[in-house]
Design a protein around this ligand. Structure first.
Ligand SMILES: Nc1nc2c(ncn2[C@@H]2O[C@H](COP(=O)(O)OP(=O)(O)OP(=O)(O)O)[C@@H](O)[C@H]2O)c(=O)[nH]1
Ligand SMILES: [Mg+2]
Length: 425
């Protein structure tokens, strides 16, 4: 969308209990999204209905008026705050004579603009194809131009079938490439010291995840010495797309890895969740999640709920969390709200640095001690290690061999280095 001088009208329909954050707030968020994508927003419209219209999503009369409004304001784009079917899009375009896109398509567009890494680009393309595939009939004209040409048409196939086959092939191809990158990532992860716990920042988009991490990297001894290239926080939705990991050292001397991730949003397109699976896998591997909440946002509570929903959807809801009420410098709160998920919480400001010491203490407290099950062979000469092992580890099995004692033990992280040399492959 960028650079095309998009002049947009935004539309939402208000249905009882439909939007998590309320119709107007959702439309406000859509405005931010539209601006982020590079569009100028000329007007916002809401129609109250009990349920969506299957043909036009909104009422036909309302759609016609919208078309007139678009002509009057010289708008060339209508953005609907919901995911539409291909038929609804085509019908709306016919009746308004303006290009129509839905919320999902807009978010996918932003992701496409933002994606930098090869993996990110592939993931976005996959999400886009999964969005398009069921809408091929509706968007026939746009897509037929993509496929087609000599040699692409199988015998007896219609254009639509050819397009579908084309996209399905591309999906397989992308999935293979993503799987390959994901394997390389796993190998890299295995190379990481298994002692080092992983902390991952999660939260609603623009809550301040990158800023919180930047603050931590600056305040504590971190493995990155040069922070000039770090994301210090950007006032844009979905500024962070790729997950990156940095190392920090906690007060106790314990090292930890801290990962930044893509932000969540209400009504997040499910195509994005499935295609960003490998990136989100990092969240699943976390030992502790830092849930960053923009306490200054009037919908902080609803945004938290949206985050809980996404965590649930990706299967990360049972990972321990700390809730960080960020941007406290912007509000005057005598009492902090208790997070609904019962997690530990604190007020914080990435801007002023308030709460840094407290956060580090909380992290130390909440970060579960990692444990490993190991098979080790300890030579008889290592009497000290054997007695330490009995005192500090849970022994499941012990067998004497000629080379020494063979143990199967559960080992706390701090003890791991002592045994590393004796691990049986
Ligand atoms: N006043 C104030 N602004 C903050 C604070 N923390 C972050 N911000 C601002 O909030 C905006 C978003 O910050 P980011 O750190 O980029 O947010 P994010 O959660 O990483 O956002 P995405 O990566 O886009 O999901 C930026 O303009 C920051 O400067 C804070 O404690 N106080
Ligand atoms: Mg960010």
């Amino acid at each position: 969308m960028e650079g095309k001088n998009e002049r947009a009208l935004l539309v939402s329909i208000e249905m009882p209990g439909h939007h998590l954050i309320g119709t107007e707030a959702s439309l406000e968020e859509l405005t931010e999204l539209a601006r982020t994508a590079g569009a100028e927003v000329l007007g916002k419209f809401i129609q109250k209905r009990n349920k969506p219209d299957t043909t036009y999503y909104m009422g036909k009369g309302f759609a016609e008026e919208l078309g007139l409004k678009a002509e009057e304001l010289a708008a060339n784009l209508i953005i609907v705050d919901e995911e539409l079917s291909g038929t609804q899009i085509r019908n709306l375009e016919e009746i308004t004579d303006v290009t129509v896109i839905d919320r999902t398509n807009l978010i996918l567009d932003i992701f496409a603009q933002r994606a930098k890494s090869r993996e990110g680009k592939l993931q976005v393309e996959l999400a886009q194809i999964n969005y398009r595939l069921p809408r091929l009939t509706g968007m026939g004209i746009q897509l037929s131009r993509l496929a087609g040409g000599i040699g692409t048409k199988g015998p007896g196939e219609t254009k639509l079938e050819t397009d579908r086959r084309h996209l399905k092939n591309r999906i397989n191809d992308i999935k293979k490439q993503i799987a390959r990158i994901s394997r390389q990532r796993k190998i890299k992860r295995k190379g990481r010291n298994p002692n080092t716990p992983l902390i991952v920042l999660v939260g609603y988009t623009n809550a301040g995840k990158s800023s919180v991490r930047y603050r931590l990297l600056k305040e504590v001894p971190s493995i990155v010495t040069d922070t000039s290239n770090e994301d210090q926080g950007t006032d844009k939705l979905f500024a962070t797309l790729d997950s990156t990991i940095r190392g920090i050292t906690l007060k106790s001397g314990r090292e930890a890895l801290i990962g930044d991730t893509v932000g969540f949003i209400q009504k997040i397109p499910h195509q994005l969740i499935t295609s960003f699976k490998t990136t989100l896998d990092e969240v699943l591997e976390a030992d502790l999640l830092l849930h960053v909440v923009d306490i200054n946002n009037s919908f902080a509570k609803e945004q938290q709920e949206a985050v809980y929903n996404v965590l649930e959807e990706i299967g990360a809801s049972n990972i321990k969390r700390i809730t960080i009420y960020n941007k406290i410098d912007l509000v005057d709160l005598s009492v902090l709200p208790k997070p609904l998920d019962q997690s530990s919480y604190l007020s914080f400001s990435a801007k002023t640095g308030r709460g840094v010491a407290e956060l580090l203490d909380l992290i130390e407290q909440e970060l579960p001690e990692k444990k490993f099950i190991l098979n080790v062979l300890i030579p008889f000469s290592q009497g000290k290690i054997i007695s330490d092992l009995h005192n500090n580890c849970k022994v499941f099995e012990m067998k004497y061999t000629t080379a020494g004692t063979h143990f199967t033990v559960e080992v706390p992280a701090y003890f791991y280095p002592k045994l590393e040399y004796f691990i049986l492959k």
